[in-house]
Design a protein. Sequence first.
Length: 131
Amino acid sequence: RRKAEPERFAPGTVFRLVARKLLFLALTLAGCSKGPDADLPYIGEARSIAAEWALVNEQASEGHLTADYVRTMRSDLRDQLRAIPKSLTEPRSAYGQEIAELLKEPNDASAATLRSHASKLKRIEVSLESD
């Protein structure tokens, strides 16, 4: 009888173990980051909210939506937007100020005004992603 050899790891198993450890490390480091890189998801979220708010107001001005729907959407979008500044690592940044300006807009702001805010946030987002 042959003596049993110690169990060896197959290359696929080793790769999966290493990949998991690297993924965990990357997620841990990402969670520790501060500044614009950490704020990118919030900038994108604010931009998306501004664009959706613009669409709601545009459709409402054309009479395509009910008053209850418009009121609910505006309230929900504003609530989502209000939460963003609290999550920013740099609330006094250009994007933090732009989000603050967006929050100052009235519920029935023109679609063009809201799209302008969305465009500014998009430019900031692209600029930060390319750094």
